[in-house]
Design a protein around this ligand. Structure first.
Ligand code: 13P
Ligand code: SF4
Length: 332
């Protein structure tokens, strides 16, 4: 005899309100498994007095359920200063956790997987920055937050994709060194009179998009609005309708409501924004960031259970690196 189970109605599922936020992304039969970790994380957050800061590239099951604060790198840095929780779990990559620790030396900052790195952060060392300073005496050094604390410590000021132009111009210098992302530097150089000396670092996710991809998207999806992150090559940016940080792209979609849109960036970004705007058609060529994808509900839960992995920064590095981040936050 064949027996067919009827799917459980959403209201009979655990945490129905949370499921409603992700039901277009998470199949109903998978939810009870995720809900077990979600329930444990919500309880652990209360017990530990912890908050979860999640980057826009985290998967929807994290982004739309357990995260307390979501945003781009700039928002996460700002919110890290504002929180009065004792513990910060950074659902993102290592440089983001390190930045949160720099701004909160007295708090416990945890990252669920220490291997969550970044190809940009890997592309430059503190010794490289010292060499650049010797080669270009007197030229201020603007360092993208996607770097280690040791690299930040050798810099004059930090920037993110959300404020890079503002920071470069606020220095009032005719020439700046901007590192390590060559494409971000070249994209900003097209918007300012300040001369920019770049480094050869690239984001392994965004460097893979090409101008030919954009042209072919426009042919196959007529009328599509193309948004790109400024870590994309300049020839990609030149073909797009809008370029901005992950938060700026999400804002653009919310404001302009393009009927059909593609976000040339990490895949979960589209997934998260699409859940907020079910009436819009999201075209999905995207690239996964293997580092962001190391974070899961399972290891967030484990992180809070075992209070690992704690992120620390040597005091002599931390003091100088903090100064570079705080200078950035003071400008905006
Ligand atoms: P945002 O600061 O724009 O969120 O970018 C961070 C990042 O790692 C993009 O690849
Ligand atoms: Fe780094 Fe690129 Fe991943 Fe962002 S998407 S964390 S820049 S590797």
């Amino acid at each position: 005899m064949l027996q067919i189970d009827t799917p459980r109605s959403p209201s009979s599922l655990p945490f129905p309100d949370l499921y409603a936020r992700v039901e277009r992304h998470v199949p109903r039969f998978e939810w009870p498994i995720l809900a077990e970790d979600i329930g444990a994380i919500l309880q652990l957050k209360r017990e530990r007095n912890a908050v979860i800061l999640a980057h826009n590239y985290q998967t929807p099951d994290i982004f739309h359920t357990v995260a307390d604060i979501v945003g781009d790198s700039l928002a996460l840095a700002r919110e890290a200063v504002r929180t009065d929780a004792a513990v910060i779990v950074l659902a993102g990559v290592h440089f983001m956790a390190e930045t949160a620790k720099l701004l909160n030396p007295e708090k416990t900052v945890l990252i669920p997987d220490l291997r969550a790195g970044c190809s940009l952060a890997e592309s430059i060392t503190a010794a490289d920055v010292r060499l650049l300073r010797d080669t270009h005496p007197g030229v201020p050094i603007v360092t993208y937050v996607n770097t280690s604390a040791a690299v930040k410590a050798e810099s004059d000021i930090c920037c993110t994709s959300g404020n890079a132009k503002k920071i470069v111009e606020a220095l009032g210098a005719p020439k700046v060194i901007m590192l390590p992302d060559e494409y971000l530097a070249r994209n900003i150089a097209t918007q300012t009179r300040v001369e920019i000396i770049a480094w050869k670092g690239h984001c392994e996710v965004h460097e893979r998009f090409t101008a030919a991809d954009v042209k072919s998207l426009r042919e196959t999806h007529p009328g599509v609005t193309v948004l790109a992150h400024p870590e994309c090559p300049p020839e990609v940016v030149a073909e797009c309708d809008f370029t901005g940080s992950t938060a700026a792209m999400a804002d653009y979609v919310g404001r302009q409501r393009p009927a059909r849109v593609v976000l040339l960036t990490e895949c979960s970004m589209s997934d998260n924004v699409a859940l907020q705007y079910p009436d819009l058609d999201f075209v999905r060529p995207c690239n996964l960031c293997p580092h962001m994808k190391r974070i899961s509900l399972g290891n967030i839960r484990q992180s809070l259970e075992t209070m690992t992995h704690e992120v620390t920064v040597a005091p002599e590095v931390a003091e100088k690196a903090r100064r570079a981040v705080e200078r950035m936050l003071a400008i905006g």
